[in-house]
Design a protein around this ligand. Structure first.
Ligand code: BGC
Length: 708
């Protein structure tokens, strides 16, 4: 450490202002017909020390050439940092984050991040813009697909697992990536789900909902954090000193690098808080942003900002120190070419494919099933229909890094492999009569509906997140045949479709499942594995319910169908189509009452909670078990349910398994009216069960006695 500090100070002394600003400037790769490249002007920036990092350059040889330009031709020989959005896989694509969240499996989340990091690092990448930690409750917002859903605790566990998987315990490893927690904070709260719009929420919501995942990422040692594009209550996050420096650095002790979002420093001018590049650069740097992604505003504006007295050289130096410290930690000074040097062994690639299949199996959520699934091994004629049935490229979803459509398994191919003795007929559904012909002769129909990859993700807000109209017409024609119909929904967000849930015999949420989508679906349809995924968010019944989430705070007039003047709609139910945590298996589970190890707790003490779950159905299966709390009486109103922990148990048919959770009194703390986190004395209800559906929860109580 001392040695690193001395190295950094030595470099800093040798640097001109231009060199320093160069370390804070990230350039973006150029693009030509063959893909990403660096054209001469950008190579010149590198050799002149005007660029410290690079976005979007792909391929080990292109990265090696650029790194050589920096390390062998620039005056100070400072290595470049190569960065890319590696969200859910690199070459091998795993389910999109919202899908993988449905697995509720931190160990899996970590393993897929590890595999993605190893593949990306083998191509020379050193930093990824993941994990995305925006707690998201509005399916109109396209980026909900990049999130882990509506719950802060789930997102916090996701944060820890992903940071660990990408970074390992040693960033200097040639197969480790620096992780970037993004987008700090509250990006998912944009007005009406409209991309890049502004957000405005309370300090309580910030403390209880949006901050915890970022705090967890900092505790896990995340190397970088990205502020959100948007403005929050009058202050663009890129210029938000109170949050970036006050909360992240001073309160949480984050000492990594803050990287702006793409062009966000320049966009401070459009937000209307900076008149020119110098002011924009000064606002961002003074707020705490170390690296300007791609906008050139630090390059153009910082020297002028310094001359005008808008920034201090000490602030520039502090940012440069952090950037150099990250490069040192990544081992880039000592081994600038280590990433990209080794090819992945074929056995590693094979293991990643197996992992992609496992992850996809665990991410599929069976939303409803009248017994049609699993399909009998005797099924001899299957029709596979719909626009997402034979669409391998769509399976990869948004942010597919180096994923190739040609390497992804479509649903059609997966079904053929899973039912080798069945006659499988296929129709895309573009011509309904042809689809009906295929369906008419089948024992069962697999109808593959949903969104294409380009309908979800960044800048894909939808005012009406529904199943597209043309697909509805196809589905209704197929339902009218009276055959058993199993629907897969490929999607990056819950799609509102009550008509579909009324008619279909079975519906599976299949997200964007990645490279092994079809094989994983085949495993589920054939019953090789029981579905175990559960919804990481509430699935709205109607667009007008949005946002609908399980953790609402109580009202003085809870919904009562007998009483008009209560909290409900006159034209829609208050309940979502499916609650948070919903997801069924091919077996049935019976939950016992939870037991606590102690009835009374003082501040700082812990309690173990155990609940027995019996698999009373006919098949081995995994079950995700939730533990919620409810604080019925406190100095401020508390949510109707708060998730505190979840676990996954493995059961054989007929087996009874005990799930165990360990809680401390910190789990019962909350910000009081003055935003100070407190533990208050009194009763806490502990609820365990298969989802956030209150009617399915079993409960007990503990008593909190605080000591002065
Ligand atoms: C997105 C970020 C992403 C960046 C770099 C932006 O448009 O908001 O999440 O990391 O681009 O690709």
């Amino acid at each position: 450490m001392m040695e690193d500090a001395a190295r950094i100070e030595g470099l800093l002394r040798a640097m001109t202002l231009e060199d320093k600003v160069g370390q804070l400037a990230m350039i973006r790769a150029d693009f030509d017909a063959a893909g990403s490249t660096l054209l001469a002007p950008k190579v010149a920036d590198i050799t002149a020390g005007r660029a410290g990092s690079v976005l979007d350059l792909r391929g080990a040889s292109a990265i090696l050439a650029a790194q050589k330009a920096a390390v062998e031709e620039s005056r100070l020989k400072i290595p470049l940092l190569f960065t890319l959005d590696v969200l859910h896989g690199y070459r091998t694509i795993f389910p999109v984050p919202l899908g993988e969240a449905a697995a509720f499996d931190p160990d899996l989340w970590e393993r897929t991040a590890r595999a993605a990091a190893a593949e990306a690092a083998a191509d020379g990448i050193a930093l990824t813009y993941a994990p995305m930690l925006d707690v998201a409750r509005d399916p109109r917002w396209g980026r909900i697909v990049e999130s882990a859903g509506e719950d802060p605790v789930v997102t916090a566990r996701f944060a820890e697992a992903k940071v660990k998987g990408f970074q390992t315990d040693d960033l200097a490893r040639g197969d480790a990536l620096a992780a970037t927690a993004k987008h700090f904070a509250g990006y998912a709260a944009v007005n009406a789900g409209r991309e890049y719009a502004s957000a405005d929420f309370s300090q309580r919501t910030f403390e209880e909902v949006y901050l915890p995942p970022f705090a967890a990422s900092v505790n896990a040692g995340v190397a970088a954090i990205m502020p959100a594009f948007i403005e929050l209550a009058g202050v663009p996050l890129t210029a938000h000193r109170a949050l970036l420096t006050g909360v992240l650095r001073e309160r949480l002790g984050f000492d990594g690098v803050l990287i702006s979002d793409f062009f966000a420093v320049a966009e401070l001018i459009k937000h209307g808080v900076a008149a020119d590049a110098a002011e924009a650069a000064a606002l961002a740097l003074n707020a705490g942003v170390d690296i300007d992604m791609a906008s050139g505003t630090y390059t153009d504006g910082l020297p002028e900002a310094l001359a005008r007295g808008l920034v201090r050289i000490e602030t520039i130096d502090a940012a440069v120190r952090r950037v150099l410290a990250l490069k040192l930690a990544l081992g880039l000074f000592d081994k600038p070419y280590a990433r990209g040097e080794d090819k992945l062994a074929p056995s590693t690639v094979e293991a990643h494919r197996a992992l992609a299949r496992e992850a996809a199996q665990k991410s599929i959520v069976l939303l409803q099933n009248n017994g049609v699934l699993p399909l009998s091994a005797q099924t001899s004629r299957l029709a596979v229909i719909g626009p997402l049935a034979d669409a391998p490229g769509e399976m990869l979803g948004p942010w597919r890094a180096a994923g190739e459509a040609s390497e992804a398994v479509s649903f059609l191919d997966g079904v053929k492999a899973a039912f080798p003795h069945a006659a499988v007929s296929y129709a895309s559904g573009a011509h309904i009569p042809a689809a009906l012909d295929a369906a008419r002769s089948a024992d069962a129909v697999l109808l593959c509906l949903g969104e294409t990859a380009s309908m979800s993700g960044e800048a894909n807000s939808r005012a009406r997140p529904v199943v597209p109209e043309a697909q509805r017409a196809l589905a209704e024609a197929v339902f009218a045949l009276g055959k058993p119909v199993i629907v897969t929904l490929t999607l990056g967000r819950p799609l509102i479709a009550p008509w579909l849930f009324k008619e279909a015999d079975a519906v599976l949420a299949a997200w964007f499942l990645g490279s092994e989508a079809g094989n994983a679906l085949g495993d589920i349809l054939s019953g090789v594995v029981s579905p175990s995924g559960k919804l990481p968010l509430s699935w709205p019944f109607d667009v007008g319910q949005i946002p609908v989430y399980y953790g609402e705070r109580p009202t003085g007039r809870p919904a009562d169908p007998e009483n008009h003047d209560t909290s409900k709609y006159i034209d829609a139910p208050t309940e979502p189509e499916f609650p948070f945590g919903h997801g069924i298996a091919y077996t049935t589970f019976d939950y016992g009452e939870p037991r606590v190890s102690v009835q009374t707790l003082r501040a700082g003490e812990s309690v173990a909670v155990e609940v027995d779950i019996a698999n009373v159905g006919g098949m081995a299966a995994e079950e995700i078990v939730y533990l919620f709390i409810r604080d019925p009486l406190a100095s401020v109103t508390r949510p109707l349910l708060e998730l505190k922990a979840f676990t996954k148990i493995k059961t054989l048919s007929g087996e009874r398994v005990t799930a165990r959770f360990d809680l401390t009194t910190d789990d019962f703390s909350f910000p009081d009216a003055d935003a100070r986190r407190r533990i208050e004395p009194g009763e806490i209800e502990i609820l365990t069960g298969p989802s956030a559906d209150p009617s399915l929860l079993t409960r007990c109580r503990v008593h909190i006695v605080t000591i002065e």
